[in-house]
Write a protein that binds this ligand. Structure first.
Ligand SMILES: [Zn+2]
Length: 211
């Protein structure tokens, strides 16, 4: 027996199975489904982080208090090339690269990283063409975001400014400054990071200093 209703529900089931297994779909359809899934997951994690991550909520509060509120619509989940996990636009928008995150924790680190850039831009009149300015914000963003697992230590109630942490922050900051179109070569990036290191690494605003 095969009524029309049975047939339709079978077709629906078949479509759903195809979506999950990727069977019977063209490469293009499969690719589109994959992007849709990544986008949906990014949006879900974003909503959760904006509401429930203590560190994200803390940063958003301080941005608001500084006159630079970041509405959820200015945090954008989008496909990017796979070399980057996020970005920030001085006009007040953050991009989260939806294909880049293996975990919500990783996305949280990236979001905080970009929010630190946003905070610096708001408070300190950063000139992003100036390598020393850029280097300072990268040192802070990498140190405070958890990109180098700094905040995890804060969560445990102590911070050891370990050599490893510092080496990680330094390495990542140099890479980011190197990618600045205004940066002529690797030596210039390294010099800029070294020149501002002491003052910028110890500047943990808006987080409290931990002794
Ligand atoms: Zn950065």
């Amino acid at each position: 027996m095969n009524t029309n209703e049975d047939d339709r529900s079978f077709q629906r089931w078949l479509k759903k199975a195809a979506r999950i297994t990727g069977l019977g779909l063209s490469t293009e359809e499969r690719q589109r489904n994959l992007e849709e899934q990544k986008h949906a997951r990014c949006e879900q994690w974003k909503a959760e982080l904006l509401s429930y991550s203590p560190k994200v909520v803390f940063m958003l509060k301080h941005l608001r208090l500084s006159g630079c509120a970041v509405p959820p619509s200015n945090v954008i989940c989008a496909p990017c090339d796979l070399t980057r996990s996020g970005g920030f636009h001085p006009a007040g928008a953050i991009v989260l690269c939806q294909g880049h995150f293996g975990s919500k924790k990783h996305m949280e680190d990236t979001l905080i990283h970009e929010l630190v850039h946003m905070y610096d831009h708001c408070k300190f009149n950063v000139d992003w063409q100036n390598l020393r300015h850029h280097a300072c914000s990268e040192i802070r963003a990498n140190s405070l975001s958890g990109d180098c697992r700094y905040m995890r230590e804060v969560g445990r109630g102590y911070v050891s400014f370990s050599k490893q942490h510092q080496a990680c922050v330094r390495r990542r900051a140099i890479l980011s400054v190197r990618a600045n179109p205004a940066c002529p070569d690797a030596a210039s990036a390294e010099r800029a990071v070294n020149e501002v290191w002491e003052s910028c690494f110890s500047d943990t605003r808006p987080f409290d200093e931990i002794y």
